[in-house]
Design a protein around this ligand. Structure first.
Ligand code: C5P
Length: 230
């Protein structure tokens, strides 16, 4: 029996400057076990049978490190000022035939293959889906001076990761609103929500942690060493 896969265009975001990492190289290109961080999730995206193309958003100096398998075509887009501007630049490059677009932060190297498939399958059914996890800690709102104003009901709260997968036209419609009203967002599902489409949260097998600080980088290195020795 052959399994059919929706045609997916991936947008791999690798255009950040990684200032919180305090390194001269952007964090997504730092070497982890001898491999640039961005290549870990690039390879996982390329392994999905329905992937048609990967649009990598990054500085041209790093184009040559991305070598896809022959079944996957590669395109490059220029980074924008904010994360959402980089997504927008990538979105302009995707093929008209794509049934779904999959946006992933290259700063999240531990993209689990099974989780990626679950998010894609859910987006196929629901129109838009993101990898996520119910929060484990209490979350409080503050007044800006670090005084708590409110404790949010934890049972409804989820932490949001990437990949985020959606029907391309939902994201395009959302961007029309975001750009017209000059709204800043921190993820792509917020854009889909602004256009009025439902977004399904998919609990993964593992957290898709984001490397932001030197401590995150050290932690990720330990995780990789552990995996390599298993
Ligand atoms: O800055 P932050 O960690 O939220 O970035 C998440 C991802 O988005 C990273 O992989 C980063 O390289 C990317 N990014 C981008 N263009 C920007 C800002 C961030 O591609 N202007």
């Amino acid at each position: 029996m052959t399994i059919s896969h929706p045609k997916v265009s991936a947008i791999l975001l690798a255009g950040g400057k990684g200032l919180r990492m305090h390194a001269s190289t952007p964090k997504q290109f730092l070497l982890m076990r001898g491999k640039p961080l961005a290549l870990y999730s690039f390879e996982t995206l390329c392994a999905y049978p329905g992937i048609e193309e990967v649009v990598v958003v990054c500085d041209p100096a790093y184009h040559s490190i991305f070598i896809p398998p022959t079944s996957v075509s590669i395109k490059f887009a220029s980074p924008g000022e904010r994360r959402q501007d980089s997504v927008f630049n990538g979105l302009k490059c995707i093929s008209k035939n794509s049934q779904l677009v999959c946006v992933h932060d290259s700063a999240r190297p531990f993209l689990n293959y099974e989780d990626m498939i679950s998010v894609i399958r859910t987006a196929e059914k629901c129109g838009a889906a993101t990898l996520a996890a119910p929060v484990k800690n209490t979350i409080k709102e503050s007044d800006g001076n670090a005084f708590a104003t409110r404790t949010l009901e934890r049972s409804y709260l989820w932490e949001i990761y990437t990949p985020q997968v959606m029907i391309p036209s939902h994201l395009i419609e959302g961007f029309e609103i975001v750009n017209a009203q000059n709204i800043t967002v921190t993820d792509d599902m917020s854009i889909v929500e602004l256009a009025g489409y439902p977004v399904k949260l998919v609990k993964g097998l593992s957290a898709s942690i984001k490397i932001t600080t030197p401590e995150d980088f050290s932690f990720a290195q330990v995780l990789l060493e552990q995996r390599a020795s298993q």
